[in-house]
Ligand binder design. Structure first.
Ligand SMILES: Nc1ncnc2c1ncn2[C@@H]1O[C@H](COP(=O)(O)OP(=O)(O)O)[C@@H](O)[C@H]1O
Ligand SMILES: [Mg+2]
Length: 410
């Protein structure tokens, strides 16, 4: 997905008059400022979504694209093979939105780094991956998407590295602000700490509504619910740090929990990263003018692009795998070790010999030989240029997954 041009049909749309919250004086950093306390979702009056509008068409197009991606992912020969690197890609992208500098290479080659800023970046990204996986596992075990689960996920997200002194797993007990160098020149001051439990309790109730697939009815369709919940979560900013990352995970978890996806395979961070200015602008604007429709339109556009991208990516990966497997079979017959390594590389396309041999359950020399075979077929290349501690990359497969994941400049 290259960079996109988002054309909104709703920029000049005037929503029905809506109040999104109220202001209250609060002290932060020795200054008195006006904090914003959002009123609970859903928006009142309800979203304007007439059935012949652009908005409605976008909603059904988005749902179609999602169903197509979901159906394709369900048909993959091995879903975990596809999901593991896809989740890693999301961890890298979501962490990059607020400036973390680690790339997909860094995350997968993390074993070779030891200290410094880049190590902190990698720690942040691997925390993200573990946190996301924890959320998915809990939902798989049948736990509901509660505040408690959000705190658990946050705890893992922040437990090592830079976030570890930012009250991992706990709602903040002090006033924070967004943008600006001090509260007095902040872009936005979220609710004072004593209001967090109320605000988050209401958000939890909203997230746990029953499902409906009609956009004009209550309860709300999961897609709209995820859109509104993300923005509301960012407005509440309940944690000292990690609100952006947790809020983005929340989108994927809501959609998965609502079972409009059979696999946790929708991640919007690439879209948010590529459209970061618009993303931030809308997070702010909706609070000021109550134009929830504008945010929902942006969000649905993102879901549609992302689902299309996921579908295309899965097709391309499957094609590479099929062509390469045929080449391997015609060259080595049914040499199981080479075939097993090829399988393994689909879940971890950049890996050390040590790790691959351990995880596949073959000896180091056998794994080395199998890697050499794949190198001689032109499918894999060595990345370190060293004789020891070598890392191999499943070249074309990795390149597809790493597309668009370079860090933004600091
Ligand atoms: N004006 C705004 N109002 C509400 N949320 C915002 C605004 N601008 C940015 N954000 C959100 O805040 C996030 C940054 O908050 P932070 O707690 O530092 O999270 P993280 O550390 O995960 O990036 C951004 O990624 C974005 O999601
Ligand atoms: Mg932050």
């Amino acid at each position: 997905m290259s960079s996109l041009e988002i054309k909104s049909s709703l920029n000049d749309f005037v929503p029905p008059p809506r109040i999104t919250g109220r202001y209250e004086d609060t002290t932060a950093g020795g200054e008195t400022v006006s904090a914003f306390i959002p009123i609970p979702l859903p928006p009142e009056p309800p979203l304007v979504m007439p059935s012949n509008s652009h908005f409605f068409l976008l909603f059904s197009d988005t749902n179609n694209k999602l169903s197509r991606m979901d159906a394709l992912v369900e048909q993959l020969p091995s879903i975990p093979l596809f999901l593991a690197p896809y989740l890693e890609r999301e961890a890298v992208l979501s962490s990059q939105i607020e400036g973390t500098q680690s790339s997909l290479d860094d995350l997968l080659m993390g074993e070779t780094y030891s200290e410094g800023e880049s190590m902190l970046d990698i720690t942040e990204t691997s925390n993200y991956l573990e946190a996301l996986n924890h959320g998915i596992e809990k939902l798989n075990e049948g736990f509901p998407l509660t505040l408690r689960l959000m705190c658990e996920v946050h705890q893992i997200l922040m437990r090592r590295g830079r976030g570890s002194n930012k009250q991992p797993g706990e709602f903040r007990r002090s006033q924070n602000w967004i943008g600006g160098t001090r509260p007095g020149n902040a872009v936005f001051v979220p609710p004072p700490p004593q209001h967090l439990m109320d605000c988050m309790g209401e958000l939890e109730k909203f997230i746990q509504q029953e499902n409906s697939f009609n956009p004009n009815l209550n309860p709300m369709p999961p897609l709209l619910r995820a859109a509104l919940a993300h923005l509301q979560f960012e407005t509440i900013h309940p944690f000292l740090d990690g609100n952006g990352r947790l809020g983005r995970m929340l989108i994927s978890l809501i959609l998965y929990d609502a079972k409009i996806l059979h696999q946790p395979c929708l991640y919007l961070s690439l879209f948010f990263k590529q459209n970061r200015d618009e993303y931030y602008r809308l997070l702010n604007r909706v609070r000021l003018d109550g134009n929830w429709e504008l945010w929902v339109e942006f969000f649905l556009t993102g879901v549609a692009h992302t689902a299309q991208h996921g579908t295309d990516l899965a097709h391309k990966l499957l094609k590479i795998v099929a062509i390469d497997e045929a080449r391997i079979r015609s060259s080595v017959g049914s040499n199981r070790n080479v075939l097993r390594l090829h399988q393994y590389l689909q879940s971890r396309p950049l890996v050390s010999v040590t790790r691959a041999s351990k995880e596949i359950g073959i000896s180091f020399p056998t794994a080395s030989k199998a890697f050499e075979k794949l190198v001689s077929l032109g499918l894999v290349r060595e990345r370190t240029g060293k004789l020891r501690d070598r890392f191999f990359e499943y070249t074309d497969y990795f390149a597809l997954l790493a597309e668009d994941t370079e860090p933004l400049p600091r």
